[in-house]
Design a protein around this ligand. Structure first.
Ligand SMILES: Cc1cc2nc3c(=O)[nH]c(=O)nc-3n(C[C@H](O)[C@H](O)[C@H](O)COP(=O)(O)OP(=O)(O)OC[C@H]3O[C@@H](n4cnc5c(N)ncnc54)[C@H](O)[C@@H]3O)c2cc1C
Length: 327
């Protein structure tokens, strides 16, 4: 029987989508192993009804760590928060989101506990009773299957948008245990967040992404893509060429040195499809490529390809989507 725990990623007291994705996978693994418990570690304030929501989507036991030290994200304080919760929960395996925060925190927790960490995992399975994980390597050109040594808990960061959250079951209940934490001396603390682009969802959580590349030629032409984003409720992405040219902020960059995304639909507009870009988006469910070069490598992985000039195609698509969605 496996005992798994998920570290909730919270924003203003509400769990982000990655939390529910990890809960679904933890639940599946736990059931597959004969029905162990799924713990959930929540650090800092939880909004009203949030514990119920987490229970409805798979958590059996919520370890709620609260204290002054966790009032804003600080890696050292959060690592201590995870540790005090793990001392109570004692899971075999801990899932942490492979998000900006999770990527900062997971190595710290792993080093502190001297246990193994598998990062950016996209699949888990039991082999002869032992858990293994599949993770992309060499910028997504290959996959590796990894196992942990005997030290517990195993820690894995989980790629966002890989697992589908469970349908909420309102009859499910979780035990909520409050875990105190004393003061922690943190050398750095995040004092605030600034939204980089209006009301758009973060790239890693977006269901639809419209990305522009070098063919955008300048910051002003990204307006074309913003209009399409608005119609589709999509988030704006970019290739490194566009970011390096200073046309758009790095927070929009998709790829090996940007964000790894996994949306339902990814529009690659005027992007050639370099391996480093593909490393960040090739697992998107549907890829639509718009490029005037019919031999552009992006067409090799595209589900739909439009060979044409983006300055003609994008306005037409925007108009057509607007009309179709109104209907
Ligand atoms: C270590 C390293 C890390 C990197 N990390 C990243 C990363 O994270 N993300 C990333 O994206 N890149 C990354 N790169 C850079 C990568 O190698 C490519 O240089 C980059 O992705 C190219 O961006 P692009 O496709 O926008 O530009 P280009 O390769 O120049 O492609 C532009 C495309 O636009 C098409 N086009 C031109 N005009 C039009 C038009 N009017 N209508 C339609 N199509 C048109 C062209 O046919 C062409 O295919 C990295 C490189 C290195 C070495």
């Amino acid at each position: 029987m496996a005992t798994l725990a998920v570290l909730a990623e919270l924003k203003d007291g509400a769990a982000r989508k990655i939390t529910f994705e990890m809960l679904a996978e933890a639940r599946r693994l736990s059931d597959a192993s004969g029905g162990g418990t799924v713990g959930l570690i929540a650090l800092g304030a939880l909004g009203p009804g949030e514990s119920d929501r987490l229970a409805h989507q798979g958590a059996d036991h919520i370890y709620h760590v609260e204290g002054e030290a966790l009032s804003g994200y600080a890696a050292e304080a959060y690592a201590e928060g995870v540790k005090v919760a793990l001392d109570r929960a004692r899971p075999d395996t801990l899932f942490i989101g492979a998000t900006s925060q999770g990527k900062d925190l997971a190595p710290r927790v792993s080093a502190r506990l001297r246990v193994g960490l598998a990062s950016d995992c996209t699949e888990f399975a039991f082999h002869n009773g032992d858990l293994t994980a599949r993770r992309p390597i060499f910028a997504g050109k290959a996959f590796g299957r990894v196992a942990w040594n005997a030290a517990r808990p195993r820690i894995a960061t989980v790629r966002p948008n890989t697992f589908t959250p469970l349908e909420p079951d309102t009859s499910r209940k979780a035990k909520v245990e409050n875990v105190p934490i004393g003061p922690v001396k943190a050398r750095a603390r995040v004092v605030g967040f600034e939204r980089s682009e209006g009301e758009m969802l973060d790239l890693t959580e977006a269901n639809i992404i419209v990305s522009g590349g070098r063919a955008m030629q300048g910051p002003e032409n990204f307006e074309l893509l913003r209009r399409l984003c608005k119609v589709l409720g999509a988030t704006l992405g970019a290739s490194r060429a566009a970011v390096d040219a200073g046309w758009i902020d790095h927070s929009h960059q998709v790829g090996q040195t940007g964000k790894v995304v996994n949306p339902t639909v990814y529009f690659a507009v005027g992007i050639s499809g370099a391996i480093q870009h593909l490393a960040g988006m090739s697992s998107s469910r549907t890829i639509v490529a718009i490029n005037k070069d019919r031999d552009a490598p992006i067409f090799k992985i595209a589900s739909y390809g439009i060979v044409g000039d983006l300055y003609q195609v994008v306005p037409l698509l925007t108009e057509e989507f607007e009309r179709a969605l109104k209907e």
